[in-house]
Design a protein around this ligand. Structure first.
Ligand code: PLP
Length: 365
């Protein structure tokens, strides 16, 4: 049994801030003197009401979300939103545009084809998802209801650094921000809908956060299941049915922690420093380590790389694990190595990984 915490580079569920885990531990048994754990309480009681309201207001402060937007805490993962988005934002005969920069965007696109006339505006598949297109050259559908992007592709490590604007004035931009949510400031007003599974940057798995412009709600397709109707959740302040109470509670602790750190501009600075260290180590390795992603769109959160001597990858991952750096294996669909360095990964974890990479290279000339 590990006595100390180790450095966990998992893509999600992922490492959480130690201060949050310790606070949750002290409150777990007896929440604020109630004699109960938060996970044993009614979701309609005053304690949980306080928890969800504070989580929402702290998230609103972090991302500067105006009252024009509803903030929802839902279940079913980001994958459920792949269907819920077309079901809520368009009719089956409406056109929707998808820019696909990785596997998650591709999954969203395929699901949307069932509930709209989804158009594949651009796909990076032939380049193995290593880049993002220039927005000028994209011929968006003139009548599209929305333009969908995946802001950060968790498997391929490709991240939008700026966002396209829908060319149709009535269309809105929709983004899956699951793996870079709350990692940097975002101008929410540029989006019609943002969604994110919690289990990378802001909590355990079990809750998906949806930030949606209120005027877009109320037009769900008639066959939309009640649990996928965003207006129902908005009208019921995410309490239409029993929400994932414990997960929301932990997300609330993470939001408070991010505010304490000085907000998302400060968080972004730390993330840039960590990612910079790691990408520099890769780029300065004389080709021993290779990151296939185009430099200008490399993710601050998920850093995929391969070893030029690919037969050494297994050894690299095993030795790193023995030194207390775990979950470095690339996604099963792409192989190689992937270091996920979300908000809660300390700088010390990245420094240790970089030192290990240099040492490993020196031992394998
Ligand atoms: N979108 C992105 C960018 C992801 O990284 C993931 C999961 O890793 C998903 C969607 C799917 O999320 P969930 O497993 O919560 O449905």
């Amino acid at each position: 049994v590990a006595k100390e915490r180790i450095f966990n580079f998992a893509a999600g569920p992922a490492t959480l801030p130690e201060s949050v885990l310790l606070k949750a531990q002290t409150e777990l048994y007896n929440y604020h003197g109630s004699g109960m754990s938060i996970m044993e309480m009614s979701h309609r009681g005053k304690e949980f009401d306080g928890v969800i309201k504070k989580a929402e207001s702290d998230l609103r402060r972090l991302l500067n979300i105006s009252d024009d937007y509803a903030v929802l805490f839902l279940q079913g993962g980001a994958t459920t939103q792949f269907a819920a988005i077309p079901l809520n934002l368009c009719a089956p005969e409406d056109v929707t545009d998808y820019i696909v920069t990785g596997s998650w965007g591709d999954k969203a696109f395929k699901e949307a084809k069932k509930y709209s006339k989804a158009n594949l505006l651009w796909s990076g598949k032939s380049d193995k998802y290593t880049t993002i297109p220039s927005f000028d050259g994209l011929q968006q559908s003139p009548n599209a209801k929305y333009l969908h992007i995946c802001a950060n592709e968790t498997i391929h490590g490709v991240e939008f650094k700026s966002y396209p604007t829908p060319s149709n004035a009535d269309a809105v931009l929709v983004a899956d921000m699951s793996s870079n949510f709350c990692s940097k400031p975002v101008d929410v007003s540029k989006f019609g809908l943002i969604y994110a599974g919690a289990q990378k940057n802001v909590g355990p798995s079990g809750v998906t956060i949806v930030i949606v412009r209120k005027d877009l709600l109320g037009n769900a397709q008639p066959t939309t299941p009640v649990m996928l109707d965003l207006k129902i959740h908005a009208d019921n302040a995410s309490l239409y049915n029993t929400p994932p109470c414990f997960t929301i509670y932990i997300c609330g602790l993470v939001f408070a922690d991010l505010l304490e750190q000085g907000g998302l501009a400060e968080v972004e600075k730390k993330n840039m420093k960590k990612a910079g260290l790691l990408y520099d180590a890769i780029d300065e390795s004389n080709g021993f380590y290779v990151c296939p992603v185009e430099k200008s769109v490399r993710s601050l959160m998920n850093v995929p790389f391969t070893l030029q001597k690919s037969d050494l990858e297994k050894k690299f991952i095993e030795e790193a694990s023995k030194e207390g750096m775990v979950q470095l294996k690339g996604h099963r669909s792409v192989g190689g190595v992937r270091a996920s360095i979300y908000n809660a990964m300390p700088l010390a974890g990245v420094e240790k990984l970089v030192a290990f990479m240099k040492d490993f290279q020196a031992r394998h000339p």
